[in-house]
Design a protein around this ligand. Structure first.
Ligand code: HEM
Length: 425
């Protein structure tokens, strides 16, 4: 079945460099999108059961079904899906996403409280903005000495800021910690085939506990420390997910920048938004946020959302039964890029996130939705839009020099390798 190929090869958990390059070459997501179109033509909008030995996997074709499944988590569907548990357990065994119902009841509120889920600006937004400003402004000065910079250089700087925000200033240069996380994540992609890397995991957690024993104020660790209650919460156990989730925000940022430098009208709007704003202060930056959201709509960093049913479920007018324990696969590009229902499916149009058009689409799920939807959405959008503001201020006149080129007059590619992005003055 072709549908499973791009998200799995690119890495359900971690995105792999070589795989992304090859997938981009073949515009692999477009194959999956065509497959979904064919399934819809053949089976209508109802969920389709795939015949995989030993496992019932159901592809969700209708955005309302997808949204209802996410709303019914954890009551009728669990986020701790079997494949996710085996992929994530090596590096976040106590993480919220793969927690059982009981542990979820204490971990979810603590995640929400520490990340201040509903708030556009976290109460620590000022020190976070300062950290991003310090990292990004020296990056801009350094990079402008050369005629070009690439996504890899941005990513190194991004991680310095992320370590400061998450663990404190002392973690700024601790790339060995985040490198260990990367290795554990990559093993997660091949979790069925790799033995668990116990020693590396122990080293990684020892590193985290060192920061937890000397909590720095103005870090997410401090926010977590002050809110964690109850033995099952395991505050340090929440951090690996937080760290790896910031990777997605960095990817969305650099892709949003690639979109802006190739779309002059939107770049002008972005410049207007940051004009005169003090980069050391936190700002809501609604337009730049909508650019990041658009980057995530076009190229979701979690294209496959998985749920396992915990009860028998019944579908369609004839109440087709799908038995408890089945995996439900929500392939979000099928909704984000549905050319049959969206006249802007393949365009870069940040305004849809400001004028209510995106809000009315139940199938737009870059951060998932419902009770297990992303509690870090606002903090991710804050960090991404703040870094994007610095990219626009520092390199707003640069060109995208890597391929594929993006242009307003052509559809955006279905697959877009962020690792290879290159920009020149
Ligand atoms: C652009 C960046 C991000 C994107 C696109 C994103 C997207 C998502 C998605 C799609 C899920 C649901 C996954 C699933 O059900 O399989 C999720 C869950 C989650 N995210 Fe994020 N996320 C981002 C950043 C963050 C950040 C920065 C944090 C924390 C600092 C975070 C914390 C979490 C947690 C704890 C969960 C698990 C929620 C639960 O199971 O109840 N995310 N995220």
């Amino acid at each position: 079945m072709k549908l499973g190929f791009p998200p799995v090869a690119a890495g359900v958990i971690a995105r792999r460099r070589v795989a992304m390059k090859i997938l981009e070459k073949f515009d692999a997501d477009s194959i999956a999108l065509k497959t979904v179109t064919k399934l819809r033509a053949e089976f209508g909008s109802g969920p389709v059961e795939l015949d995989i030995p030993g496992r019932t996997v159901v592809v969700v074709l209708d955005p309302d079904d997808a949204s209802n499944i996410l709303d019914d988590t954890p009551a009728r569907f669990t986020a701790a899906n079997r494949e996710k548990r085996s992929a994530l357990a090596p590096f976040q065994p106590r993480g919220l996403l793969i927690s059982n119902d009981r542990a979820r009841r204490s971990r979810r509120p603590v995640n929400e409280a520490a990340l201040e889920t509903p708030e556009t600006l976290h109460s620590m937004a000022r020190p976070f903005a300062t950290a991003i400003d310090e990292e990004m402004s020296s990056f801009v000065v350094e990079s402008r000495r050369n005629p070009e910079f690439d996504a890899g250089q941005f990513t190194s700087v991004w991680w310095c800021a992320v370590r400061r925000i998450t663990l404190g200033d002392a973690a700024r240069d601790d790339s060995s910690l985040t490198d260990a996380l990367w290795t554990l994540r990559t093993a997660g992609n091949w979790s069925y085939f790799f033995p668990n890397r116990h020693r590396l995991r122990d080293r990684f957690f020892d590193g985290l506990y060192n920061y937890a024993e000397n909590v720095e104020e103005n870090s997410l660790l401090a926010a977590l420390d002050s809110r964690a209650r109850g033995a099952a919460t395991d505050p340090v156990g929440q951090i690996p997910h937080w760290l790896f989730a910031f990777d997605a925000a960095g990817i969305a940022t650099i892709r949003a920048f690639a979109l802006l430098v190739t779309h002059p009208e939107q770049m002008a709007e972005a410049r207007r938004e940051i004009d005169g704003a003090d980069p050391k202060s936190p700002h809501p930056l609604p337009f730049l946020r909508s650019c990041v959201l658009e980057s995530l709509r076009l190229w979701p960093t979690t294209p496959t959302i998985l749920r396992d049913s915990v009860v028998d479920t019944y579908w369609g007018d004839d109440r087709m039964k799908i038995r408890s324990g089945s995996a439900f696969l929500i392939y979000t590009p099928a909704f984000h890029r549905d050319t049959h229902t969206l006249d802007y499916a393949d365009s870069f149009l940040p305004s849809v996130w400001l004028d209510g058009r995106a809000e009315s689409q139940r199938g737009f799920l870059p951060f998932s939705s419902g009770p297990a939807g992303c509690p870090g959405r606002n903090i991710a959008l804050f960090a991404a839009s703040t870094a994007l503001a610095q990219l626009v201020a520092g390199f707003g006149n640069y060109r995208l020099t890597s391929t594929p080129q993006l242009t307003p007059s052509y559809p955006m590619p279905a697959t877009f390798d962020h690792f290879g992005l290159n920009f020149s003055s």
